[in-house]
Design a protein around this ligand. Structure first.
Ligand SMILES: *Cc1c(COP(=O)(O)O)cnc(C)c1O
Length: 415
């Protein structure tokens, strides 16, 4: 018998999305998503929109790479396209310092495993050709760590997260790129958290040949749209030699619908798979907003507001261990140590969407994606402070106010 229950319409409340992602989607993006007409994926304006997105994305990423486009889905979709060039038996060194680079490491191990290695441990293969370099939670991957590992192993591929969102740590992309160049490794970077938040140009890192990001963090385009990717000609040439066993996530085939054929821009894309006019419109608007504000301006605003939030929670007695500018990762004051998960759940129950870390040790994560206004940061600080008090914690409100006033006061003086 089939279950014929028709549930009431799904209502989802508006929350304060103050986590590591997804970030708050701009009203302009949602308006374009809902405002697009239904047109199929070969309609002239949809194809034109995709080509325009491609050009705007190159500006956002700072690249002349022809193979720069969006992959339908989320961050892992873009990363799956990027890692699809890794073949069974390939020698890879992967740097892991938290949850997300850990999953990148799993992806790499699945890709590089031989058939026998995969069958021996299908869900968690341990191929002999992959070296995972583990850096403790709360620490960054440094250029020295990368240099030493690549000198020792001389891999074909090296991979790292630019910003490890699990622990809120920025990794040394300059050192990574330099070491890749020096040792002839092709660098692959998970830039899911950094793109659109930090001011950097991917072409300034010539040791890195593949980049993947996501729609819903720095690009601020959650309504399931596109994960930006970019590949150098060297990466594409390598892929043309080896091939890869995927159609949907093939880095060369997936580019066709964006008007990238035989390594060149063409006026109109050709069919690869169905694209949504709604998603294309939303992504197009998100890129327009980012370029209108400017990546550099956005990056400065993140640095500034993260500084305010950090000083406010420090004034409450919390210890901040992160250095990303879109996310503050903290330990509660000593008297409340060990109650981080309880505090996060308490906040989430009130639709104040902060997060715990997903791997040990449990810490609190408060994000500010697209929340770059003084009154919003003050609201986050007030809600967090109230939750600390409701759990029995104490702090000096005047010290917190002084920290915020000093910070925002200085900014007004500096403008
Ligand atoms: C968020 C994140 C991911 C996963 O992105 P999804 O959009 O959830 O698929 C991967 N890597 C890093 C560094 C991230 O921050």
């Amino acid at each position: 018998m089939t279950d014929a229950t028709i549930f009431p319409q799904l209502e989802i409340p508006e929350t304060i999305a103050a986590g590591p992602g997804p970030g708050n989607t701009d009203g302009r993006v949602l308006a374009r998503f809902a405002g697009a007409g239904l047109a199929d994926h070969m309609h002239g304006d949809v194809l034109r929109g995709m080509v325009e997105c491609k050009h705007m994305l190159r500006a956002v990423m700072g690249t002349d790479n022809v193979h720069t486009y969006g992959v339908t889905g989320t961050g892992w979709s873009g990363l799956d396209v990027m890692f699809s060039a890794v073949q069974p038996g390939d020698k890879v060194v992967m740097f892991v310092n938290g949850t997300f680079s850990g999953i990148d490491g799993l992806t790499v191990r699945m890709r590089a495993a031989t058939a026998g290695e995969l069958a021996a441990n299908p869900m968690d293969p341990q191929p002999a050709s992959v070296t995972i370099v583990n850096v403790p939670h709360g620490q960054s991957v440094t250029g020295e760590i990368v240099e030493a590992a690549l000198a020792a192993h001389k891999p074909k591929w090296a991979a790292m997260a630019h910003w490890e969102t699990g622990s809120g740590r920025v990794n040394d992309i300059r050192g990574f790129s330099d070491a890749c160049g020096k040792h002839g490794a092709m660098g692959l970077v998970d830039a899911v958290s950094s793109l659109g938040v930090e001011d950097f140009r991917i072409d300034d890192f010539p040791g890195v040949h593949g980049w993947a990001s996501c729609p819903q963090k720095g690009i601020c385009c959650l309504p399931l749209t596109y994960a930006p990717v970019s590949f150098t000609d060297h990466y594409i040439a390598e892929l043309l030699k080896t091939g890869t066993r995927t159609f949907a996530h093939h880095p060369i085939l997936e580019a066709r619908h964006w008007g990238i054929i035989d390594g060149k821009d063409v006026e109109k894309g050709t069919y690869h798979r169905t694209h949504s006019a709604y998603a294309v419109s939303a992504f197009h608007e998100a890129l327009r907003i980012l370029l209108q504000e400017g990546v550099a301006r956005r990056a400065k605003d993140y640095t500034f507001h993260e500084g305010a939030l950090k000083s406010a929670v420090a004034a409450m007695g919390c210890e901040v261990t992160s250095n990303m500018t879109s996310l503050v990762v903290l330990n509660l004051p000593p008297a409340m140590a060990g109650r981080e998960m309880e505090l996060v759940q308490h906040c989430r129950a009130q639709n104040f969407g902060i997060w715990p870390t997903l791997s040990e040790p449990v810490q609190v994560r408060i994000g500010i994606l697209n929340l770059l206004q003084e009154h919003v940061i003050r609201d986050i600080v007030a809600r967090f402070g109230q939750a600390v008090r409701e759990l029995g914690g104490t702090f000096d409100s005047q010290a917190v106010e002084a920290a915020l006033a000093a910070h925002y006061g200085q900014a007004i003086a500096a403008e």
